[in-house]
Structure formats: structure tokens, C-alpha cells
Design a protein around this ligand. Structure first.
Ligand SMILES: [Zn+2]
Length: 150
């Protein structure tokens, strides 16, 4: 597995086990250096916008003291939702690598598929790796037995 995706998975597990939110983790990399990592904090922060991508982008911008993350690659455990795609575009991140896709998050009853359907798929530098790996997070999420829906 890609080492950065591995870290994104670790972030997802950390957030899930801490009951911060769903099985989503992200790592932002520039020139082979980890700039920031984060996980979903929707529940712990009582913030519906605290998706792993947003949390990570906020940390990276503070760390680099910029709002322009050009040249960075975002690794995320599942394909970004439309809100995160907007944040990715606003922060000028061109490369996104994800593992699970919308079909996977649908299995968890996350209802973002309702507004992801028909979502523009023309993501020029987005790519998927380890698509089957997301099942690990699905199983872990279910075993945590929390009732997270958003
Ligand atoms: Zn999102």
C-alpha cells in the first residue's frame, strides 16, 4: 500500500476509535514531505464541515502560512464529497488520491451520495488506489458500534 495512504488509514482509525467521526482520514504531501494530516471531526467538533480533507487543508494552510496549496497531493481514504472538492479547488490542490469511492461510503449509510450523484467526474488528476482496502474501515466502523449518520 502507498505509504501516504497507509497514514491516511491510520488517521481514519484514530478518528473513528476516538469517536470523532466517520472512517475518513487525509494526508497532504508536498515534495515527499508530509505537510498535514487529519481525520473526520464532525462529531467531536460538532461541525458538519469538519471532514478529513477540510481539517487537513486548514492545518496545512496554517503551517505553510498560505491559502495556496499548489503542488500538494491529498491522500484521502474515500473519494472527496462535493463540499471537499470545492475546498480542494479553492486551495489549488490538483492531485487527489483516494481509496474508497461513493459506493463504499453508501454502504455505511453516509448520505452524501444524495448530493454526490451526478457529481462532475472530470477530475483530471484524481486517481484511485487500493479500492478494496476501504472494506477494512467499513468493518472497523461497524465493529465500533456507534450510530453515526450524517
Ligand atoms: Zn467531504
Amino acid at each position: 500500500m502507498d505509504k501516504y495512504m497507509e497514514l491516511a488509514y491510520k488517521e481514519a482509525l484514530k478518528g473513528m476509535c476516538g469517536k470523532h467521526g466517520g472512517p475518513f482520514g487525509a494526508v497532504l504531501v508536498k515534495d515527499n514531505e508530509i505537510i498535514a494530516k487529519g481525520h473526520n471531526e464532525v462529531l467531536s467538533g460538532q461541525d458538519p464541515t469538519a471532514h478529513a480533507e477540510i481539517v487537513t487543508i486548514r492545518k496545512a494552510c496554517k503551517k505553510l502560512n498560505t491559502i495556496d496549496l499548489s503542488g500538494c497531493t491529498l491522500y484521502v481514504t474515500a473519494k472527496p464529497c462535493p463540499m471537499c472538492k470545492g475546498a480542494i479547488q479553492w486551495s489549488r490542490i490538483k492531485k487527489v488520491v483516494f481509496s474508497g469511492d461513493y459506493e463504499d461510503t453508501k454502504k455505511l449509510n453516509f448520505d452524501d451520495h444524495l448530493f454526490s450523484e451526478g457529481f462532475d467526474e472530470e477530475d483530471d488528476e484524481w486517481s484511485q488506489v487500493d479500492p478494496d482496502r476501504f472494506d477494512i474501515l467499513i468493518r472497523a466502523f461497524r465493529s465500533c458500534e456507534h450510530d453515526i449518520r450524517y
